[in-house]
Design a protein around this ligand. Structure first.
Ligand code: GH3
Ligand code: MG
Ligand code: MG
Ligand code: MG
Length: 325
């Protein structure tokens, strides 16, 4: 859809003044190779002391300038010595620069304008429409839009993070675990590094709940997660697999090393004094471990989980508080 670009009707309030909601300094970078054009913008805005204008004459210089940060808004001419405004916008997108861009140009062309908006220009202003009122409105619009975009991005990132995490413990959830396991198994064949999978199940956890209450159980699950989290490397993947079951993927790890690690965890949990409302609680964990080494044939995530589960079952059968393969 081609956007209709209207710069002749600034937002106004009862007093008829343009609304510019700027309570802090705004640093504007002008990408403009024409001295007169830059002087005109300076002249128009010179009474607004909160707006500081700096200038670069080429796309390259502007990009270098932007790398240093501190720019809130960009004005750019469309036709530049080393490229077009479109190329500038594309370079900005490539670099992941979020600073809003307003294109100000003598070239009044609606098709170019809509194309510029499509690649992310915040606004497009023909030079014939340049006035204090219009510029101030455009500045305030661009900053507002950029603020909303930033908030949206942060919200999206938060949502994405939440969708892979377990709420109670903050560990990865089962869905993420499945994805991660498939990815790691693929890596075993591709890069020739073995992986290990460890399944933890807290022993007699039902009786912990029955004795101390469900909230206490929750607190213990959190404390247990913390112990697990602290004992692994940053590229290991620890997940809450189910209620009181946890799974840890150890990339680039042999069965022997994994067993040693789990044995340390088992011991640590056994020694740990969990506390809840001035009560000291003792828990233990059973662990099943399995590994996949390169050249050991093909396996899918389900096979590996099944093997670890069986090992865990053996740990339970042989008296709990044990690590089994
Ligand atoms: P074992 O594994 O040693 O065989 O015995 P268990 O009692 O741990 O095994 P079971 O699978 O019968 O019970 C698991 C218990 O874990 C029951 C359930 O209420 C508790 N549980 C599961 N999820 C949560 C949770 O999110 N919070 C709390 N507090 N308890 C949970
Ligand atoms: Mg269980
Ligand atoms: Mg059970
Ligand atoms: Mg259990």
């Amino acid at each position: 859809k081609i956007q209709t670009l209207r710069h002749d009707q600034p937002k106004t309030y009862a007093g008829g003044k343009t609304i510019l909601n700027l309570d802090q300094r705004v640093s504007i970078l002008c990408l403009e190779d024409n001295d007169d054009d830059f002087a005109q913008i300076q002249r128009i805005l010179h009474t607004h002391k909160q707006l500081s204008l700096t200038r670069e004459k080429t796309i390259q210089a502007a990009l270098t300038h932007l790398e240093k940060g501190g720019v809130d808004l960009i004005f750019t001419e469309y036709r530049l010595a080393d490229g077009s405004g479109l190329e500038f916008l594309e370079a900005i997108n490539r670099e992941g620069i979020e600073t809003p861009v307003v294109v100000i140009t003598g070239l009044g062309d609606e098709v170019i304008a809509s194309r510029l908006i499509q690649v992310g220009a915040s606004d497009y202003l023909p030079k014939t429409k340049l006035s204090e009122k219009v510029l101030l409105r455009i500045i305030s619009n661009a900053l507002e839009k950029a603020g909303l975009r930033r908030e949206m991005r942060i919200a999206q990132e938060k949502l994405a993070e939440m969708s892979v995490r377990d709420e109670l413990t903050g560990m990865f959830n089962r869905r993420y675990f499945q994805e991660a396991l498939d990815r790691e198994i693929f890596g075993v064949q591709r890069y020739g590094h073995g992986i290990a999978l460890c399944m933890f199940d807290l022993d007699h956890f039902k009786s912990i709940n029955d004795t101390y209450g469900h909230l206490c159980g929750d607190a213990i699950l959190q404390a247990f997660s913390h112990i697990l989290d602290k004992g692994i490397r940053k590229y290991d993947v620890a997940c809450r697999y189910g209620g009181e079951e946890f799974a840890v993927i150890l990339p680039d790890t042999s069965l022997e090393k994994a067993v040693n690690l789990c044995e340390r965890f088992r011991e640590q949990v056994d020694q740990h004094e969990f506390t809840y409302e001035n009560q000291t609680i003792h828990i233990t964990t059973s662990v099943g471990v399995t590994a996949l080494s390169p050249g050991a044939g093909t396996a899918i995530g389900k096979d590996l989980v099944e093997r670890a589960d069986k090992a865990l079952y053996r740990a339970k059968e042989s008296g709990r508080n044990k690590v089994m393969v």
